[in-house]
Design a protein around this ligand. Structure first.
Ligand SMILES: Nc1ncnc2c1ncn2[C@@H]1O[C@H](COP(=O)(O)OP(=O)(O)OP(=O)(O)O)[C@@H](O)[C@H]1O
Length: 284
């Protein structure tokens, strides 16, 4: 199997934080969502993939190539959207585009102009006059205009209104339709991922919780609701996280069958959302 992106046992040590044993793989034609709470290590992982940070251990392959040895070739084929801006604030969109375009061997001006029009951006606007959302739109237009095989984005939809967010999801969905390209992006908006992601990679405190297909994740986890009288030291072990209130408990399990066997009709078992899974896993 040829993977577009392969991360093996990635490790990065900061003074107060360690990213460790991060491994996942992404095949051509799929979208992988990267989730985790604030400070989990998502941006660090993305910076390591983009070789903006030096790794302390492990290996990253993009298009089957070592990400450091083949950095130039790899970056030519990656569309990158980052939450901080690298643009010159005093230039116009068009001037900035001309600079950026010169870095890419397969730059496509017609595609860029289509996106700029679709995104309602004026090529004559100076970068510094753009709102946060407009800057994000410009970054997306750049990332999508050089025939990239892999789109990597760090929270691309965070500053965007719901209408444009949905448009972007449609555009991303179309990008992968020829089954040769892939998208990897971090987000806190888990409902976006429920709409378009094929795979979910979840990290917490610098470690992988899971990297699986979205369908597997949503199949494996359930939310259980019932009376607090059902909870004791043994039964609590079936839950990854629990919330107790005056009226009862709500908890997350990845062992639905055992919960059914233990409690039978006394509990309500529902499908978990990605937000439920994140909330209970992080809170415990
Ligand atoms: N250059 C750095 N030096 C020291 N510590 C750093 C550095 N960059 C990040 N960290 C630490 O690494 C941890 C992970 O940060 P990171 O930005 O990767 O998290 P994140 O999952 O992207 O969070 P968020 O969702 O808030 O953007 C944090 O504790 C952060 O303080």
């Amino acid at each position: 199997m040829d993977y577009i992106l392969e991360v093996n046992n990635l490790r990065k040590e900061f003074k107060k934080f360690t990213l460790k044993d991060i491994s996942f793989k992404l095949e051509p034609g799929y979208i992988m969502g990267f989730i985790g709470p604030n400070g989990a290590g998502k941006s660090t992982t993305i910076k390591l993939i983009m070789n903006l940070l030096k790794l302390d251990g492990g290996e990253i392959k993009v298009f089957g190539l070592d990400h450091k040895k083949h950095e130039k070739e790899i970056k030519d084929r990656i569309g990158f959207v980052y939450d901080e801006n690298y643009y010159y604030e005093d230039l116009t969109i068009k001037q900035m585009k001309n600079i950026v375009a010169s870095f890419y061997s397969k730059w496509d001006d017609a595609t860029f102009n289509d996106y700029i029009e679709q995104f309602d951006l004026d090529p004559k606007s100076k970068i510094k006059t753009l709102s946060k959302g407009m800057k994000m739109k410009f970054s997306l237009a750049v990332a999508l205009s050089h025939n990239a095989d892999l789109i990597i984005m760090d929270e691309p939809t965070s500053g965007l209104d719901p209408v444009f967010r949905r448009e972007i999801l449609d555009i991303l969905y179309n990008v992968i339709q020829d089954e040769t390209k892939s998208i990897f992006f971090s987000t806190h908006i888990t409902t976006d991922l429920e709409k378009i992601a094929d795979y979910i990679t979840f990290i917490n405190k610098g470690s992988i919780v899971f990297s699986e297909t979205k369908d597997e994740v949503l199949e494996n986890y359930s939310v259980v609701k019932g009376g607090t009288d059902l909870l004791d030291r043994d039964t609590k072990k079936e839950f990854i996280g629990l919330k107790e209130t005056n009226v009862g408990f709500e908890g997350l399990t990845n062992n639905k069958d055992e919960v059914k066997r233990l409690f039978g009709e006394q509990v309500l078992i529902e499908r978990a959302t990605l937000e439920d899974i994140m909330f209970y896993t992080v809170r415990g």
